[in-house]
Design a binder for this molecule. Sequence first.
Ligand SMILES: [Zn+2]
Length: 409
Amino acid sequence: MSHGPYTCRGCDSTDYAVLLDMGKLPLANAFVGDNASTEDRFTESLTLVMCKACSLIQIMEEVPREKLFGQYLWVTSTSETVKKYAQWFSQRLRERHHHKEKSFLVEIASNDGFFLRHYRDAGFGILGVDPSNLAVEANAQGLPSIRDFFGVAVVERVLKEHGPADVMVARNVLGHSCELQDLVAGIQKLLAPDGVLVLEVPYAFMLRNELQYDTVFHEHLSYLTVGSVSNLMRRFGMKITDITFVNMNGGSLLCEIKHERSPTPRADQAFIDFESMIQLNTPEGWQPFAEAVKHQREAFVGLLEKLAKQGKRVVGYGAAAKCMTMLNYCGVGTDLMSAVGDANPRKQGLLCPGVRIPVVSPEDLMAMDPDYIVIGAWNFKDEIIFLFKSKHGYRNSFIVPLPTPVIIP
Ligand SMILES: [Zn+2]
């Protein structure tokens, strides 16, 4: 299989090993209307690889980012879990890093400004940078935001207008950046000498060990470990000074990063030793992963086919990119799943990319009287189960598809 020219996004090496070949899939956020063409739905190949030089795990393919982010349907502020997290996150930032009368905080990929509002309420001076139209909406609501991709170019402008940042926040952005080195160079340039970057990334340990292959999609370019983040930061004169785990996106790392010359000591060696022991940063350590992914697909599709034969009505809930990836990778069409519910009104009335399952509101989903609800957004599993039982009076079963399909009665 030819993959064409390829260089590592973190270090420019061309030496890589394939960890998982997912074949051809649609773009996971390319929801369509019901008049869309059904041809050429599965055109984009998707291959997870590891750089042999810096151990950065990434997908080989690169879809132009304008195509990916032009019509971005994802907004932060729809879930209770996220609301609680924003509260905790901003208070923690205040306790740890609000040292001046008004510390200046820049958030990269600030989306609709939901977290910015919390930082502002916690006493920070705020500025968001986000490439989507949501930045314009946030700005209109009094949450200062620049619509642009974060990198050295926009940093010049921010430095001129605001000066260096005391605190920077990059939640779930490193993995989505196709100009990774420009992004980190921009951070290095904007961060004040004693400033801190708080970086949140889904931990690739969970991808491998919890079989979260549905988090592999075209927008999600890199999959990070402490080892690969450390290598990347070192190339730009920065270091990891603190690491915490948070229960977001199936298990994420919260890393604090400072300039190399900061007096705060490095704090990543124990994690790097651990990752070395479990072979997280070597291709050999990923060999059982690809096999396990195939087994999950067989088990999941087998279960849905069995339920279809029994005449059961199965629907999904949570039209997130990860759910789209799994449905398409497994080839689950309308014969096995009647609809996918989602609370985001921007997605309702559209069809899932590829498999073309209709997206409906939670109320319309309940009106279909399902026997089973497949929880696509498994990272919000408890919240979704609670919501359906308490608010919608749902009395039937749930299916959690990963890491192995489980029925919750
Ligand atoms: Zn590399």
